[in-house]
Design a protein around this ligand. Sequence first.
Ligand SMILES: *[C@@H]1O[C@H](CO)[C@@H](O)[C@H](O)[C@H]1NC(C)=O
Ligand SMILES: *[C@@H]1O[C@H](CO)[C@@H](O)[C@H](O)[C@H]1NC(C)=O
Ligand SMILES: *[C@@H]1O[C@H](CO)[C@@H](O)[C@H](O)[C@H]1NC(C)=O
Length: 410
Amino acid sequence: MLRRVNFYSICFAFGLSVLLILAGSRYADNTYYRPSIESRRNIRNFLKVEDGEEPYTQHIPTMQYDGSPDIKKLLEKTRSKIKYQLSKYNFTESGVHTLEDLVIESGGRPLQSLIISTWRSGTTFLGEILNAIPGTYYHYEPLLKYGIIQIRGPPESEQALSTIRAMLKCNYDGLEDYFKYGSKHSNQFSHNTRLWDHCKYKKELCYDAEFTSRLCKLFPFHTMKVVRLRLRLIQEILDDKELNVKVILLIRDPRGVMQSRQHRNFCQPAPDCWEPSLVCADMISDYVAAGRIQQQYPDSLLVLRYEELALKPNITTHRILKFLRLSATQSIDEFLQSHTNVEVAGVSSTFRVSRDVPFRWKNALDFTYVDEIQMACKEAMLLWGYKLANNETHMKSKDFNPLDDYTISQ
Ligand SMILES: *[C@@H]1O[C@H](CO)[C@@H](O)[C@H](O)[C@H]1NC(C)=O
Ligand SMILES: *[C@@H]1O[C@H](CO)[C@@H](O)[C@H](O)[C@H]1NC(C)=O
Ligand SMILES: *[C@@H]1O[C@H](CO)[C@@H](O)[C@H](O)[C@H]1NC(C)=O
C-alpha cells in the first residue's frame, strides 16, 4: 500500500512539474504574465482529487510553530483577519447590517450553503469558488469515512445527518469518528483553508473539537459539500429551524460522470459509484426530491447542472451568489480568472476549465459503453435534459449538443 502511495505521489509530483514547466514556457515570453504564488497554488488546488480517495500531496509548511499554540491568540488573529478582509463587504446584500449579525460567536447566524452531489460532478470546482470568498469556513466533505457508498436512508442516514447538523452548528463535540478519520487523511481538513492555515503547523489543532468549534463560530459564511447522501434526506436539514441553510443540487450528465470516474481508482468496483443503473436511480430520486423541496422551500434550493457552470462560469457563479445572498467579491473574479475562460482585464491564465471539459466523454468513450449507460439512464437523462446519442457518428459529431431544456416538475 505504502509503495503504491509513493508511486502515485511521484507520478503526481512529476505530472505537476511538467505542467508547471509547460505553463512557464508558454508564458515565458509574455511580459504581462507572471504566474504568482497564488496561481500556482490554484493549479495545485484544481488538480487535487475530488474526495481524496487517492494519495494527496500535502501543503508543505513553510515555517514551524515554536512551542504550543496559544489558542486565544489564534482566535483573536482570525477574528481581526475576517474583520479586515470583509471591511468593504456589502452586508446589505446578505440581508443583514453588520458582520456580527452573521457570526455565531456574536449571537448571529451565518449564511450557510450545502452542495449536494455525487463523485466527479464538479463539486471540487464549485466548492473552491465559494471558498474563494473571504470569511468562508469550508466544512468540505463530512462523510468521507463512509467510503464509496451512497447513503439513501436509515440506518446510516441517522448518524450522517446528525454529523452534518452538528457541524453546521459548529458543534464538533462527539464527532470522534470524524476526527479519527481525519487524523489519517489530512485532505478532510486541508480543503478548509482557513482551518488548515492553523493546523498545517500543528496537526493536533485539526482534531481538537474545542478549537475547531470555536474557530468555526467566527466565520460569517459556511459551506459544505456532500457527495454521499441523497437529496431526499436533506429535508431534515431544511426543517431544522436553528439552521439557515441553502442547498445547491449539482447534477452532471451520467456519461460525463462515468467517463471521469474511469480515471479514478477509488470508484471501481464500488457499485454505488460504478454501476450506471444505480447512479441514474439516484438522479431520478434527486429529481423527485428537488420538486418536492422546491415546493416546500422555494428559496432554499438551487438546482444546477455542471455543464452550465463549466460553459458559463461567470454568469452561473453570479447566479449562485445571488441565490446564496453573497455579495460578489474581487476574490471571486480572481478565482474565475485563474480557473476558467473568463477574461478579466485581458489577462489570460494558466489553468482553465475549458469549454470542452463537460463534453470530453463524446470523444473519450466507446459508443458501446455510452449505449450501455444510456439504456440504464434513459429516464434520468430525459428528466435532467440530456439528449441521447444515436450512434457513434452522431455522438462524436460537433453538431451534437447533449444539453436540452428541462424543468423540475412539482
Ligand atoms: C449594498 O447593497 C445594497 C443592496 O443591493 C445596495 O442598495 C447598496 O447601494 C449597496 N451599498 C454599497 C455601499 O455599495
Ligand atoms: C460576470 O458577470 C457579472 C454579473 O452578470 C458581470 O457584472 C461581470 O461584468 C461579468 N464579468 C465578466 C468578466 O464577464
Ligand atoms: C446516426 O444517427 C444520425 C442522427 O440520428 C442519423 O442521421 C444517421 O443516419 C445515423 N447513422 C447510422 C449509420 O445509423
